[in-house]
Design a protein around this ligand. Structure first.
Ligand SMILES: Cc1ncc(C[n+]2csc(CCOP(=O)(O)OP(=O)(O)O)c2C)c(N)n1
Ligand SMILES: [Mg+2]
Length: 624
């Protein structure tokens, strides 16, 4: 009997070799599962994974990031743009490099997007504790700072012996490619184990294909779902991110064309239908459109497709007000399908929508209902036009005029990325999504600083596509570092930097809850101790230029349009810097958002805000 073939490699070499041989497959299309590895090196990974990456540079592309959190954002942007069919890995040192991953991991897991995290960890041997940057836990000796990644990871293991990698790496790939379980996956890698050699079975390195499944609906659930839709008078579809992850946009359109059921979308779902489809009502909830929210208030059947029903979508439990409203949730994750005591259809979105369309053949909503929402939709189109319109081309633009200018220059293929500030609300209400991949809002975690690194990941996933990162000044200041990476990697991302000297979003929120805009403006401190002096003399355009970007400063609507056109055509990373007129031109919120107001206070601003709060909270319903 001959001994099975083995290969003697370090644990780190074996992992990199293994990752380079993993593939996903869905609908007959095969892709690299781990398309590349981002890394910042320190003593926790330089001699292990770092050495392995140079050894296998021919099969595992390496990208040099500036900040660990940002590397995760880049990987997440990449995975989202490719509908979760390809991910990237992120390797870090031990200690601060590793804990810098936590925010990115939370973002990935909350948004159900895959990323493989490879932080360095303490010596498995504990030979020379405490090593540099090691947490010495006085009572739990196996705990390291990497344990902070457990609650934000969908799979976590610390690989304390080389051969333990085999089972762990396979489980990690299973979770990354499971559409119901995916999120951040962490393999913490003790430093000594990374460098240790082992005789690996050759089969470990063979090409391996992970089929991303499309589970079909249960026939009983399907029959009940069809009956529920057939008997509903005012059905409304809420399209969430799952529609995109499943590439269910055409199946959704076919269902809607057949039945006339209108579609409102969450931040993650926007673009599920093209904006000019007669049944597309735009965004729903706190940042929704009038037509979508009016229909939501009166819907008797809400059909959630691939949605988590966050508080923005449900207006913190106040939106769905029909006395007999019922929910039908199509979701691959039973956890989400059961929300709001819904009737469930636990399956892949595309498969489920196609099955529903078949079961509903010949069924159509009332003509009166269709004409009601079509009228509402055309009224809303006028609201968008008004918010976008600039009567004076030589004036400083308002924020909605900035969006109007961008709307005028983008094509169907452009990708617009945003995550936090006042832009997400304006975009959700106003943006006219022209293709399924265009509207890239990270609103599961709404993490300031996601936009620029995510643009790098999207650009890597879609070379040649114009990719725009929209960032406020606060967001820019939080995480501009990956501009340097864009320059290094020749990624011609476009940065639209909106300067309004602070947190317009939180300022407005603060005012509405009696907190008097405290700590939300970027202004000098004055004699009375308040930040009410002149705006700070920061020049973010000069800052972006200093990091290597081409920078265009737009002072008027006309200059902005010109700058956006130039940026779009440029093959260099380009920043368009625009100062905005703070006059609000966005339509007001149609629905509530629960931010509790102080019940007692000596300050005059609070009692009115609290009274408004109590009136609003009285509308909350529990759907049981
Ligand atoms: C990492 C992080 N910290 C804090 C917040 C809370 N927050 C949400 S929006 C915002 C201000 C954003 O400011 P800016 O980017 O200038 O946008 P603007 O509100 O002015 O439109 C803050 C602090 C957040 N979402 N993410
Ligand atoms: Mg701002």
């Amino acid at each position: 009997m001959s001994a099975a073939a083995t290969r003697r490699l370090t644990t780190a070499q074996a992992l990199v070799r293994f990752l380079a041989a993993q593939y996903t497959e869905r609908d007959g299309v095969r892709r690299r599962l781990i398309a590349g590895t981002w890394g910042i090196f320190g003593h926790g990974n330089v001699a292990g994974i770092g050495q392995a990456l140079v050894e296998y540079a021919d099969v595992m592309p390496y990208h040099q990031g500036r900040n660990e959190q940002a590397m995760v954002h880049a990987a997440v942007g990449h995975a989202r743009h490719l509908n979760r069919l390809s991910a990237q890995a992120v390797t870090t040192s031990i200690g601060p490099g590793a804990t810098n991953l936590v925010t990115g991991a939370a973002l990935a897991t909350i948004n159900r997007l895959p990323v493989l995290l490879l932080p360095g960890d303490y010596f498995a041997s504990h030979a020379a504790d405490p090593l540099l940057q090691q947490l010495e836990h006085p009572t739990e000796a196996d705990v390291s700072v990497n344990d902070t990644l457990r609650p934000v990871s969908r799979y976590f293991d610390r690989v304390t012996r080389p051969e333990a990698l085999i089972a762990s790496a396979l489980q990690a790939m299973r979770v990354l490619t499971d559409p119901a379980e995916t999120g951040a996956v962490t393999l913490a890698l003790p430093q000594d184990v990374q460098a240790e050699a082992y005789d690996w079975p050759e089969e470990f390195f063979a090409d391996r294909v992970w089929r991303v499944r499309r589970p079909a609906p249960d026939p009983v659930e399907l029959a009940e779902a069809v009956r529920a839709v057939r008997t509903a008078g005012r059905p409304l579809i809420v399209a969430g991110g799952g529609v995109h992850h499943s590439e269910a946009e055409e199946a959704l359109r076919a269902l809607v064309d057949g039945t006339g059921i209108p579609v409102a979308s969450t931040q993650a779902g926007k673009g599920a239908l093209r904006h000019d489809h007669p049944a597309d009502l735009g965004g729903i909830g706190h940042t929704g459109t009038t037509v979508a929210d009016d229909l939501a208030r009166t819907a008797d059947l809400v059909i959630g497709v691939g949605t988590r029903y966050t508080d923005f979508t449900t207006a913190s439990g106040t939106l769905f007000q029909h006395p007999d409203v019922r929910f039908l949730n199509v979701n691959i994750t039973a956890f989400d399908a059961h929300k709001l005591a819904a009737r469930t259809l636990v399956c892949d979105a595309r498969t489920g929508l196609a099955a529903l369309a078949e079961g509903l053949s010949g069924h159509r909503v009332d003509a009166a209902y269709e004409s009601e929402y079509r009228t509402g939709k055309s009224r809303w189109d006028e609201v968008v036009q008004a918010a976008y319109r600039a009567d004076d081309d030589n004036a400083v633009p308002t924020q909605t005029q900035v969006l109007g200018a961008l709307d005028a220059v983008v094509g169907d293929e452009d990708v617009v990325i945003n995550a936090a500030g006042s832009l997400p609300g304006d975009l959700h209400k106003l943006w006219r999504a022209r293709s399924p991949r265009q509207y890239h809002l990270e609103y599961g975690y709404s993490c300031m600083g996601y936009e620029i690194p995510a643009a790098l990941g999207v650009q890597q996933a879609a070379p040649g596509t114009p990719v725009w990162a929209l960032v406020g000044d606060g967001t820019y200041l939080m995480n501009p570092t990956e501009i340097v990476t864009a320059v290094q990697e020749n990624l011609p991302v476009k940065l639209l930097l909106v300067q309004n000297h602070g947190y317009a979003s939180i300022g407005g929120l603060s005012e509405s809850v009696g907190a008097e805009r405290f700590g939300t403006a970027y202004r000098h401190r004055v004699a009375d101790g308040t930040f009410t002096g002149a705006p700070l003399p920061v020049d973010l355009a000069a800052n972006a230029a200093s990091l290597g970007m081409e920078v265009l400063r737009a002072k008027t609507v006309r200059e902005l349009r010109e700058a956006l056109r130039t940026a779009r055509a440029s093959d260099r990373p380009t920043c368009v810097h625009v100062e905005t007129d703070p006059t609000p031109t966005a339509p007001a919120a149609e629905a509530w958002w629960d931010v509790p107001v102080a019940e007692v206070s000596a300050r005059a601003a609070v009692p009115d805000a609290r009274a408004r709060y109590e009136r609003a909270v009285a509308d909350r319903r529990r759907h049981l």
